[in-house]
Design a protein around this ligand. Structure first.
Ligand code: XMP
Length: 519
C-alpha cells in the first residue's frame, strides 16, 4: 500500500483521538495514530500528506506535559493542531498560551473573520464544541487569527505559508455539526490527500498482501461466529481459499441455532474448510457445580485452549495441513499504542475480553488481516464479501457465552430454559426492528424462584431478567427505553412459552455502576 495517502495523528492523550482517526477515514483517507513522542524521522518515513496534533488533558506548561519531537515542525508537512495541539504549536513556534480563568466548555458560536481554506464553503458562523482551560494569547510569527468565539480571539488560526492550522475547538465531535466538512477541507484541499481508502480497495490490497505473506502455507482460524472472526475468515478465504481451515468450537454455551448457522454460512455457503468440534459435554462437565463467575470464565478459557489444541493436532495429521499461521480478528483499537497522560483513563482502557483467547504455547506466526480497521470498517468489509446481515451486524456475544448469563449452577436444563427465553427476545427485537438499533438485548436466568399462578394452578418457578442496552463501545452503557407494548409481548411470550419461567423482570441499571452482563 505504498502510494496510499495517509494522515498521521499524534496522540497527546485526548479522549477523542480515535474519533479523529475515524473522521479522517470517513473522508476516505487512511489515518494512523502514533504516540506523541514519535520521532520526526519516523513520521517522515511514513510519508504522510498531513499531520494532526490531537487534544490532550494537560497544560503545555505542566511538568509532565507531553511534547512532540520539535523537528516535526520543520518537515514541511501540513499540520492541524486541535485544542492542546494548537497550544503546542504556539508553545513551540514562538506564541503564547495562558491559563484561562474562564474554562471554555460546551457549545460555542464561531465567527469566521478571515478567509481560510479550512472554512471554505462553510459560511461565516458555525456551532462548535469547546473543551479547554488554557488558551492562545499571542500568535507565533507567520500566523494570523481566522475565527473567534466570545471567549477566544484565536479560536482558529492559520499560517498559510507553512500550511499550519490550529483550532481551539473540537471539529471531530458530533457537537461540531460541520466539523467533518472542516476536516475534509484540511485533508483534501490543504494536504492534497487522495480519497483512496475504500473498503473495496482494502479488500483487494489485503488479499494480495495475504497471498504474498502466506505463500503456499496453511492458515488456521478460530471461528467464533462473532463479527471479527467471521470477517477475517471470509477475507482469508477470498485470499487463499482452501489453504484456510477454520475451527469452530461448540462449548455447549451457545445460543439457539448458533452452531447450525455458522456451519450453514461458512461450511455450506462459503465452502470454507470448517472443522466443527462439539465439545459441549467436556465443557459442561468441567462447569458442574461452579457458581463463581470468575471461575466459570477461567474454566471456559482454559478448556477452549485444550480443545483448540486437540483439534489442531488432529487436523495437522491430515494431508497438506501443517499450519504455519494462526489468524486472528484483531482490530485497530486493540493495536493502537495507547498513551496514558495526566491520569486520563480513556487512553488506557483496553478491551478486557478477547474472544477465544489464543493458545500462547502454540508455535504459530500470527496473521491479523483486520488490524488496521475500526469496527464499522470491518462490518463494511464483511458486507462487501457477501456475509449476511445476521453476522455483519450481530450484537456482541461474550466468549463464555450463556455461562455468564445463567447465575449459579449451569445445567443442560437451565441452558435449555435460557436458550428458549433468549430466542424469544431476539425474534421479538428483530420483528420490531429494534434488534439492530441497540448494542445488546438478551435474557438472563436468575437463581431465584418465585410464586405465580397459571390457569388455576399455583406455580413456583424461575425468574428471568431482560437486559437491553445501548452503548458505543461496551465501556459505558444505558438501558434502552423500549416501547411498553414490545416489553409486554416479550414478557408474556417468555412466561407462556418457556417451560420453567413464570416471571420476567426488566434491568434498568446503567453502566457504570452496573455492568452489561450480570456476571
Ligand atoms: P460488561 O459485562 O463488562 O461487558 O459490561 C462489556 C461488553 O463485553 C462483553 N463481555 C465479554 N466478551 N468475553 C467476551 O468475549 C467475556 O468474558 C465477556 N464479558 C463481557 C459484553 O457482552 C459486553 O458487550
Amino acid at each position: 500500500m505504498s502510494a496510499q495517502s495517509r494522515i498521521i495523528i499524534l496522540d497527546f492523550g485526548s479522549q477523542y483521538t480515535q474519533l479523529i482517526a475515524r473522521r479522517v477515514r470517513e473522508c476516505q483517507v487512511y489515518s494512523q495514530i502514533v504516540p506523541y513522542n514519535t520521532s520526526a524521522k519516523k513520521i517522515a518515513a511514513l510519508k504522510p500528506s498531513g499531520i494532526i496534533l490531537s487534544g490532550g488533558p494537560m497544560s503545555v506548561y505542566s511538568k509532565h506535559a507531553p511534547h512532540p519531537d520539535r523537528a516535526i515542525f520543520k518537515l514541511g508537512i501540513p499540520m492541524l493542531g486541535i485544542c492542546y495541539g494548537v497550544q503546542l504549536m504556539a508553545h513551540f513556534l514562538g506564541g503564547k498560551v495562558e491559563h484561562s480563568t474562564h474554562r471554555e466548555y460546551g457549545h460555542g458560536q464561531l465567527r469566521v473573520t478571515t478567509k481560510c481554506p479550512l472554512f471554505a464553503g462553510l459560511g461565516d458562523t458555525m456551532d462548535v464544541w469547546n473543551s479547554h482551560g488554557d488558551k492562545l494569547t499571542k500568535l507565533p510569527k507567520g500566523f494570523r487569527a481566522v475565527a473567534k468565539t466570545d471567549n477566544a480571539s484565536y479560536a482558529a488560526v492559520q499560517d498559510t505559508k507553512r500550511k499550519f492550522y490550529g483550532l481551539q475547538f473540537h471539529p471531530e465531535v458530533v457537537h461540531t455539526p460541520r466539523g467533518r466538512e472542516l476536516l475534509e477541507n484540511f485533508i483534501h484541499d490543504v494536504c492534497g490527500a487522495q480519497p483512496d481508502w475504500t473498503m473495496g480497495s482494502f479488500i483487494e490490497e489485503m488479499c494480495a498482501s495475504i497471498r504474498k505473506q502466506v505463500g503456499n502455507d496453511h492458515v488456521l482460524l478460530g471461528l467464533s461466529g462473532g463479527v471479527d472472526s467471521s470477517v477475517a475468515a471470509a477475507l482469508l478465504h477470498k485470499a487463499i481459499g482452501d489453504q484456510l481451515t477454520c475451527v469452530f468450537v461448540n462449548n455447549g454455551l451457545l445460543r439457539a441455532n448458533e452452531a447450525e448457522s455458522v456451519q450453514r454460512i461458512f461450511g455450506e455457503h462459503f465452502k470454507i474448510k470448517l472443522k466443527y468440534v462439539d465439545a459441549s459435554t467436556r465443557f459442561l462437565k468441567k462447569l458442574k457445580g461452579i457458581t463463581d463467575p470468575e471461575r466459570k470464565r477461567k474454566i471456559i478459557g482454559n478448556e477452549f485452549v485444550y480443545v483448540f489444541q486437540d483439534a489442531t493436532k488432529q487436523l495437522a495429521r491430515g494431508k497438506n495441513s501443517k499450519f504455519k499461521w494462526l489468524a486472528q480478528g484483531t482490530l485497530y483499537p486493540d493495536v493502537i499504542e495507547s498513551v496514558a497522560i495526566g491520569g486520563n483513563p480513556a487512553s488506557m482502557i483496553k478491551s478486557h475480553h478477547n474472544v477465544g483467547g489464543l493458545p500462547k504455547n502454540m508455535k504459530f506466526q500470527l496473521l491479523e488481516p483486520l488490524r488496521e480497521l475500526f469496527k464499522d470498517e470491518v462490518r463494511e468489509v464483511g458486507a462487501q464479501l457477501g456475509l449476511p446481515k445476521e453476522i455483519v451486524h450481530r450484537q456482541p456475544f461474550p466468549g463464555p457465552g450463556l455461562a455468564v448469563r445463567i447465575l449459579g449452577d449451569i445445567t443442560r436444563e437451565r441452558l435449555r430454559i435460557l436458550r428458549e427465553a433468549d430466542s424469544i427476545v431476539v425474534s421479538e427485537m428483530k420483528a420490531s426492528d429494534w434488534y439492530y438499533k441497540v448494542w445488546q438485548s438478551f435474557a438472563v436466568l436468575l437463581p431465584v424462584k418465585s410464586v405465580g399462578v397459571m390457569g388455576d394452578e399455583r406455580t413456583y418457578d424461575n425468574c428471568c431478567a431482560l437486559r437491553i442496552v445501548e452503548s458505543q463501545d461496551g465501556m459505558t452503557a444505558d438501558w434502552v427505553r423500549l416501547p411498553y407494548d414490545l416489553l409486554a409481548r416479550i414478557s408474556s411470550r417468555i412466561v407462556n412459552e418457556v417451560k420453567g419461567i413464570n416471571r420476567c423482570v426488566l434491568d434498568i441499571t446503567s453502566k457504570p455502576p452496573g455492568t452489561i452482563e450480570w456476571e
